[in-house]
Design a binder for this molecule. Structure first.
Ligand SMILES: Nc1ncnc2c1ncn2[C@@H]1O[C@H](COP(=O)(O)OP(=O)(O)OP(=O)(O)O)[C@@H](O)[C@H]1O
Ligand SMILES: [Mg+2]
Length: 277
C-alpha cells in the first residue's frame, strides 16, 4: 500500500488484498486496526457472520455497499473478519445458491479492484483451510500470525504489566517460560486474572495501588490455560507449509517485531475504526 512501491508491476498488477490467518487470540483483528492506523487509512470492519444475510441477494448488496463506502473513504481498508464464514470452500457447501453467491461476490470485488480508489481488502480467519481457493488466489499476501515465542511472551507480559507495581518475586521471564502455547490474548487474560485476584496494596504518590506478587500469577495460571487447540494449530501449520512455507520462519523472526507494533498501537491515539453497526 505504500506510495513508494506503487509503480511498475505493483501498480499494474495492483495487490488486491491480504489474508491474516492464525490461531485465535494472536492479534489478527488488532493488527487490522494497527495497519489502518499506521497507513492513515479508514477501516471499514465487518465480520463474515454479519455479512451472511438471510434473504436472497442481501449479502451481495451489503458487500457492494461496503466496497462503495471504501471507495468514498479512500484510502481505506475493507476488513472482513472470520472470512471463512462468508467464503467457505466450494466443496464444503451443498447449495447451488451458495456457490453462485460466492462467484458473484468475487466478481463484485474484482470490479472494484480495477478502480484507482479501490479499498484494500483485508481478510482474517482462524480456519484458512476452510476458505475458498478462489479467494486465496485473490489475496496474494498470506500473513501467518502464530503463537508467540518465549521472548515475545515476555514482552507481552511486560507490555500489559508496565503500569502495575510488581513485587521483586515476579519475574516475567519465568512467566513467559510457564506460558508455552499461550496466545497474546491468553497472556492478557492471565494478567487481568492476576490483578483481579490481588488483595495486597501499597501506597504510591498518595494512591492506593495493587501490589502484584508471584502467588497472584500462580493462582491465575491454574485458572487460565491456553485456549488454542492442538488440532487447530496442526491444521494451520499444514496450510502455512502448503501456501507460504517461509511464513513459519518469518513467524519465528517477526515475533519480536510484532510485539513492537502492539506496543506502538497501545500508545496510539484513537483508532480510525468504523464499525458498520
Ligand atoms: N502479540 C501480541 N501482543 C500484545 N497483545 C496481543 C498480541 N496478540 C494478541 N494480543 C491481544 O489479545 C487480544 C485479542 O486479540 P485479537 O482479537 O486481535 O485476536 P484475534 O487473532 O483476532 O482472535 P480471534 O481469532 O479469536 O478473532 C487483543 O487485546 C490483543 O491486543
Ligand atoms: Mg479476531
Amino acid at each position: 500500500m505504500s506510495k513508494d512501491s506503487a509503480y511498475g508491476i505493483l501498480k499494474r498488477g495492483r495487490i488486491a488484498g491480504a489474508l491474516l490467518y492464525g490461531p485465535p487470540g494472536t492479534g489478527k483483528t488488532q493488527l487490522a486496526r494497527i495497519i489502518s492506523c499506521e497507513c492513515n487509512a479508514a477501516l471499514i470492519s465487518v465480520s463474515g457472520a454479519e455479512l451472511n444475510r438471510k434473504y436472497v441477494g442481501e449479502t451481495e448488496k451489503f458487500v457492494k455497499a461496503l466496497f462503495k463506502l471504501g471507495q468514498m473513504l479512500y484510502p481505506s481498508i475493507v476488513f472482513i473478519d472470520e472470512a471463512d464464514s462468508i467464503f467457505p470452500s466450494r466443496d464444503r457447501i451443498t447449495l447451488e445458491y451458495d456457490r453462485s453467491r460466492i462467484n458473484q461476490l468475487l466478481t463484485e470485488m474484482d470490479g472494484f479492484v480495477q478502480s484507482s480508489n479501490a479499498p484494500f481488502t483485508l481478510l482474517a480467519t482462524n480456519f484458512p483451510q476452510h476458505l475458498d481457493h478462489a479467494v486465496l488466489r485473490r489475496v496474494p499476501s498470506l500473513l501467518h500470525l502464530g503463537l508467540p515465542l518465549l521472548e515475545t511472551r515476555k514482552r507481552i507480559f511486560d507490555l500489559y504489566l508496565c503500569q502495575e507495581i510488581l513485587h521483586d518475586d515476579v519475574d516475567t521471564w519465568i512467566l513467559a517460560r510457564k506460558t508455552h502455547g499461550y496466545s497474546g490474548s491468553d497472556i492478557k487474560n492471565l494478567c487481568v486474572q492476576a490483578a483481579l485476584g490481588c488483595r495486597t496494596f501499597v501506597t504510591r504518590e498518595g494512591k492506593r495501588m495493587r501490589h502484584l506478587r508471584d502467588e497472584h500469577f500462580h493462582d491465575a495460571l491454574r485458572r487460565c490455560s491456553s485456549t488454542v487447540s492442538r488440532t487447530s494449530l496442526a491444521e494451520i501449520h499444514d496450510l502455512a507449509i502448503e501456501h507460504d512455507p517461509h511464513s513459519l520462519v518469518a513467524t519465528v523472526e517477526d515475533e519480536v517485531d510484532k510485539g513492537g507494533i502492539f506496543e506502538r498501537a497501545l500508545r496510539a491515539p484513537a483508532l480510525q475504526d468504523m464499525d458498520l453497526d
